[in-house]
Design a protein around this ligand. Sequence first.
Ligand code: NAD
Length: 354
Amino acid sequence: MLKAAKIVVLPGDGIGPEVAAAAVRVLKAVTGSSGLQLELAEGWIGGSALDRCGEPLDPKSLDLCREADAIFLGAVGGPQWEHLPGPKRPEAGLLRLRKELGVFANLRPFRSRPSLYARTPYRDEVLAGVDTILVRELTGGIYFGAKGSDGEKAFDECVYTRTEIERITRVAGQLARARGKKLCSIDKANVMETSRLWRKTVTELMASEFPDVAVQHILVDAAAMYLAQKPARFDVILTENMFGDILSDQASTLAGSLGLLPSASLSAEGPGLYEPVHGSAPDIAGTGRANPVGAILSMALLLRHSLKAEVLAQQLEAAVERVLADGPWTAEIAPHAFASTHEVTEAILGALKV
Ligand code: NAD
């Protein structure tokens, strides 16, 4: 018999447990008769870990994660823990988890859907055909460089090595090869040394390992403009940590709701970490208004990237698309006639059977 896939679920805080429960139900349903066995375990991160063990990442849960095939996370944070010092805040648990797992490649797919055009600030012709994956380097660059301040002067050092750039380029190159064979690398090579190394390394590696993929380089300021003006021109975007952080939030506005967006964070060979892009949304926690789609689509990415179950990933995504096309929708999408988290999850479970 095949070994069961070990998946650790970290529900976290706020709407995290609500969307995690929905995503686990859908994962169980889609794998049910497929022969893919799952071994699910639950762990503690964020405020829920602080309340249980005084640390934002429960050490036993971290051990479980290290031995898992994949990790699913709901969301962390909330007002009740905001007074705590930096290293004790819920978000510190998530940063530590990403670092411990070495998940350097953050994949954020985003797309437009005609049924949701009206929920965005863009015109229909701008949104038509948007279907992109943004690949963000997650463990290097300015967020991880030396920092300092004497109160009058402050600095944040930005460092990238050729090796760090090569490994993220390979991830983006493979994705581009499997999709439209178009890669757009975003940097600030007219000003920054790290960007000049980035551009040179991407150019060389793509030419030698992915000669079948067309590569374009765009400066980050121009990329921000194109993302709002002509987003459909992008297929796979590759960029460094801070530019990816900013551009992925901008890109999320094209989808119509933060609650729809999934993400995957991949390491060289260890388990991947999958989480919806949104936070713990304390304003709607406990009201049944959380959109479960970002979490459910994150499970599709888990099936694809960690369990290599592409057919199941596509079945799940097709079921979600059927529901997003005709409803039911949660309140942030359909404020006057909305369905609950439970009802949208039921609709997706129903669409899986079609
Ligand atoms: P947020 O993403 O939680 O919420 C922003 C807005 O989007 C809110 O109005 C919220 O109601 C809405 N929203 C978010 N997810 C939704 C969903 N699934 N369905 C419907 N509406 C949804 O961001 P915030 O309010 O800035 O932060 C709240 C807390 O979450 C903070 O403690 C923050 O640090 C934390 N946070 C955690 C993560 C994470 O766990 N990865 C990411 C971002 C923020």
